[in-house]
Design a protein around this ligand. Structure first.
Ligand code: ADP
Length: 544
């Protein structure tokens, strides 16, 4: 017997419609050089219609990729709505990547139109070899200080000239809404393609009291960039809940963040630990008045593990850090460390420091090296695998059948359940809390962004005075991790500065290792692979 309920497609048009009809008076505030600029959701919804009409006039059709190269802002929010709701695909480019990486990603995704913040036009102009981009639209986030690019359109002029209405097409909930590239452990970055359905379900889950609990009365400040896994989905979740939004623009220093919290009455923020670590340090140094944070109730923190000192520091200010785990491939929220009522009282802090329990509708398991599903005993380690309606099923590969590539990162069990292999090593305890203990992905995570060790090693080895090079992650109090290059010299005269300058020519400045140590040889496993565990243990206490 079939259910007899309406089969309404779950699309982001629901989010747009609801924001316009039920939350028109709520606001999105954007920090600018001069202060804070505010727009109501009512205004945003009208501008979204104009933007869709303008995009249509520019020749954008369903399925076309429209990219952004921008900070968090109300204009970026308008793009989050207009592009998917007209059936096109929003592709957020990561400003922090090297021009060559960006060129690969934009060409691979076949971006047609790109919206660029004026403040990052100089970065955009450095990107070589763009093959598919035919229109550039500049968004002036500099209060008129920046000059536009030759041949580029101006965002606000485009909207002013466009029709204020758009006839939204009927969409299939399984159609692509947005895409985001994530660092591959080997080879090129990989494209994750979110569907309307996955985006709506992920937003709904973010409203659950036992997940992020985003509610109508909240003012939400995503400091996690909109180019990083859709700002963890918080813009859509806030719009769906009817919560106001505060966007930091390019101003993410502790003073600006705390001023924005005070000006907008922010109640919930989302960011990697590095950002709020900086604010805590500024408070301790007397540079930020903790009273400016008086409305802030909770901070969703993830992307890398939350240190206990950070959680305790904010506990003392009466602000709850909510630890979350996720990946670009999981939209990104996978688990949140809210404390269940069955957890023993003396285990509360320990539990809050775990990576949490999976959201309703997601399933996790830990698979041991022997290929067995590990018991939830808090001790048996293995790779964390995840399944659910907002978990990737494949990576985007236009050359593969159906565009579905990267299938080696997935596995199907005997019941037909598809699991994403996360590359994180974890244990799960009896209450279902995930605790990450290591990761198999050979990457460094610095301030929430990935650095490819393989890329650095390949570059180092091209230096004529280098025989072998291994790059490892070393713990860092502010950034979580930083790269350390371990180099075997071919020529004793080579210097650290020479090698770092060599890398600086190929990767973004923040991806260059903090230091170089010269070693006699790179330790190897029995099959001759670099044994980075040995190096990591050797340099565990290395101070950068
Ligand atoms: P995001 O940083 O937005 O969560 P990425 O795809 O860039 O997404 O990175 C995902 C990876 O980051 C995870 O597989 C894991 O290795 C690491 N990570 C994410 N959240 C946490 C966390 N709370 N604790 C430890 N590591 C984390």
């Amino acid at each position: 017997m079939r259910g007899l309920m309406q089969d309404v497609p779950l699309t982001l048009q629901m989010v747009l419609e609801r924001a316009g009809s039920l939350s028109a008076a709520k606001t999105v505030a954007t920090k600018t050089a001069d202060g804070v600029h505010r727009r109501t959701y009512g205004e945003v919804v009208e501008r979204v219609a104009r933007l869709a009409a303008a995009l249509h006039d520019l020749g954008v059709r369903p399925g076309d990729r429209v990219a952004t190269f921008a900070w968090n802002s109300s204009r970026h929010l308008e793009l989050y709505l207009a592009v998917p709701c007209m059936g096109a695909v929003l592709h957020t480019l990561n400003l922090r990547l090297h021009p060559e990486q960006l060129s690969y990603i934009a060409n691979h995704a076949e971006d047609r139109v790109v919206f660029v913040d004026a403040s990052v036009l100089p970065l955009w102009e450095k990107i070589p070899g763009l093959e598919t981009v035919r229109t550039i639209v500049v968004m002036d986030d500099t209060d008129g200080a920046a000059t536009g690019a030759p041949g580029a359109l101006d965002y606000d002029e485009l909207l002013a000239a466009a029709a204020p209405r758009f006839s939204w097409p009927r969409l299939d909930e399984r159609d692509a809404a947005a895409m985001c590239y994530t660092s591959g452990t080997t080879g090129h970055p990989k494209g994750v393609v979110y569907s309307h359905r996955s985006s709506v379900l992920h937003s709904m889950a973010s409203l659950f009291a036992d997940f992020l609990g985003i509610a109508e009365r909240d003012v939400c400040l995503p400091i996690v960039p909109q180019f990083h896994a859709n700002a963890w989905g918080t813009p859509y979740a806030a719009l769906m809940a009817g919560a106001s939004l505060a966007m930091a623009g390019r101003f993410m220093d502790p003073a600006s963040v705390s001023q924005l919290v005070a000006a907008e009455g922010v109640t919930i923020s989302a960011a990697v630990p590095t950002v709020w670590f900086g604010v805590l340090q500024a408070i301790d140094a007397g540079q930020v008045d903790p009273a400016t944070l008086s409305t802030l109730e909770r901070i969703v923190c993830g992307g890398s593990a939350v240190p206990e000192a950070l959680m305790r520091g904010y506990d003392e200010l009466g602000i709850r850090i909510v630890h979350a785990w996720g990946m670009t491939e999981t939209s990104p929220l996978g688990s949140v460390a809210n404390v269940k009522s069955t957890v023993a009282r003396d285990q509360v802090l320990r539990t809050r420091l775990t990576q949490g329990i999976p959201a309703p509708s997601l399933k996790v398991r830990v698979v041991t090296d022997e290929g067995e599903a590990a018991p939830w005993d808090g001790a048996t380690m293995g790779e964390l695998q995840i399944n659910g309606p907002w978990v990737a099923d494949a990576y985007y590969d236009p050359a593969a059948p159906g565009g579905r590539g990267g299938l080696d990162r997935f596995t199907d069990d005997e019941s037909g359940t598809r699991w994403l292999k996360t590359g994180d090593v974890a244990v799960i305890d009896g209450e279902g809390y995930i605790q990450l203990v290591d990761r198999t992905k050979d990457l460094v995570k610095s301030g929430g962004e990935w650095i490819s060790t393989l890329e650095l090693e390949n570059l180092l080895i091209t230096h004529p005075k280098v025989t072998e090079a291994a790059v490892i992650a070393v713990a860092h109090p502010k950034w979580g991790e930083r790269p350390l290059a371990c180099v075997v010299r071919a020529d004793e005269s080579v210097t650290k500065d020479e090698l770092l300058a060599h890398l600086g020519g190929h990767v973004a400045a923040w991806q260059v290792p903090d230091d170089v140590v010269f070693i006699d040889e790179v330790p190897k496993t029995s099959v001759g692979k670099f044994d980075k565990r040995v190096l990591r243990a050797e340099f565990a206490d290395y101070r950068l």
